[in-house]
Write a protein that binds this ligand. Structure first.
Ligand code: TXA
Ligand code: MG
Length: 349
């Protein structure tokens, strides 16, 4: 299959620029498109066969459900039970459109291939103008996982989508770099409680402005015991992973940097902060050192992490070592992605 890439300037385009992409969606084909979080791999969410082909194109396990993207939270009630959800309206008013996904009891309008047979559906209103136009012009809700091959880092630029999906899908809309760089926050609602299933740009601290009862799923920061199912099926997989294994290194500043130097001299890779790159350079280590952002700037870490993980695929190292970031605010989402790239392998030095 030939994959056509169309460049769309998110700040200046017309709905008619998306006519061809929307036609493909309506015909049951797949189109990768930019969102404010990461690139998505879109299919008509009401077309079960189209959604099945998303799993094939991504080589995604068949037990990991897709997020359905709609224009407005007012559309949620077409696809999910929104009655008796006391927190939903406030969440919608405050965070939507934007990087927040809500898991709700599903209606029959959504085919089982989207939800892999679960009784719930995940719904999100993206804020990215190209994503919004694609939904509007297609005239249907769009089911979209991140547009990477399953297990690989999510794509934050069209070049990442091309790397993973070229020849597998008919079209990629290139809208430049994704602003946030990490996937949306996924929550479920249990009465007056918010359960945080996957941390993202909308943080636990943000959600606490709506209710004190924000419960962080244990799968966010630790490997689940064998046989325990996470509430969000995607959280059980090793994810965001470069081809070499990754280990997180804990310890004092001096010990971590000494350990990095030792491992670099053995030919391993180091994924660290900008500030570490400068220190390591002064100590004579430059090769195989890749930064994922500045220690003091969580936004730069969020937008740099997946690209940094992908960069390790173009260098040959037997092992990659990385270090922790804060777990506060946006740091929780970054820590979650880093720990999962490590498959939760950590060492103390
Ligand atoms: O930012 C995002 O959310 C991006 C863009 C494209 O919108 N999409 C995305 O999709 O990250 P994906 O498929 O890579 O991740 C969806 C996550 C998975 O962890 C999945 O298990 C969870 O959402 N999910 C989907 N439906 C669910 C459901 N009914 N119950 C619990 N978790 C669900
Ligand atoms: Mg994904």
């Amino acid at each position: 299959m030939i994959t056509k890439t169309i460049r769309i300037d998110p700040n200046s385009f017309l709905d008619k620029d998306l006519t061809e992409a929307a036609k493909l969606i309506r015909e049951g084909k797949l189109v990768a498109f930019p969102t404010e979080t990461v690139y998505g791999l879109g299919a008509n969410a009401l077309d079960g066969a189209a959604c099945d082909s998303v799993f094939e194109a991504k080589m995604r396990p068949h037990d990991n459900p897709l997020i359905v993207h709609v224009l407005s939270p007012a559309d949620f009630s077409l696809y999910a039970e929104t009655e008796n959800q006391p927190l939903l309206e406030e969440l919608a008013n405050r965070f939507m459109p934007g990087p927040l996904t809500v898991v709700l009891p599903k209606k029959k309008t959504i085919p089982d291939s989207v939800t892999v047979g679960l009784s719930t559906v995940a719904l999100r209103c993206p804020s990215h103008p190209v994503a919004r136009s694609l939904i509007r012009v297609s005239g249907c809700p769009i089911a979209a996982p991140s547009a990477n091959l399953s297990g690989r880092p999510s794509p934050t630029a069209a070049s990442h989508v091309i790397e993973d999906m070229s020849g597998r899908i008919p079209m990629i809309l290139d809208g430049g770099e994704a602003e946030v760089g990490l996937e949306s926050t996924v929550i479920s609602l249990k009465g007056d409680e918010i359960h945080l299933l996957r941390p993202g740009f909308v943080t636990a601290e943000d959600l606490k402005q709506i209710t004190d009862k924000v419960i962080i799923s244990p799968a966010v920061l630790s490997a689940l015991e064998q046989g325990v199912k996470p509430e969000s099926p995607g959280m059980k997989y090793r994810h965001y992973a470069p081809k070499s294994p990754v280990t997180m290194v804990f310890g004092s500043e001096v010990n971590v940097l000494n350990f990095f130097c030792q491992k670099l001299s053995e030919g391993c890779g180091v994924l660290c902060f900008d500030e570490d790159v400068s220190v390591l350079k002064k100590l004579g280590f430059e090769e195989n050192v890749i930064s994922f952002g500045s220690r003091s700037d969580l936004l730069s870490q969020a937008s740099g992490l997946f690209d940094a993980l992908r960069k390790f695929d173009s260098v040959t190292v037997p092992h990659i070592y990385t270090r922790e970031t804060t777990r506060n605010e946006l740091g929780l989402a970054i820590s979650n992605r880093l720990l999962r790239a490590c498959a939760f392998n950590c060492i103390e030095v």
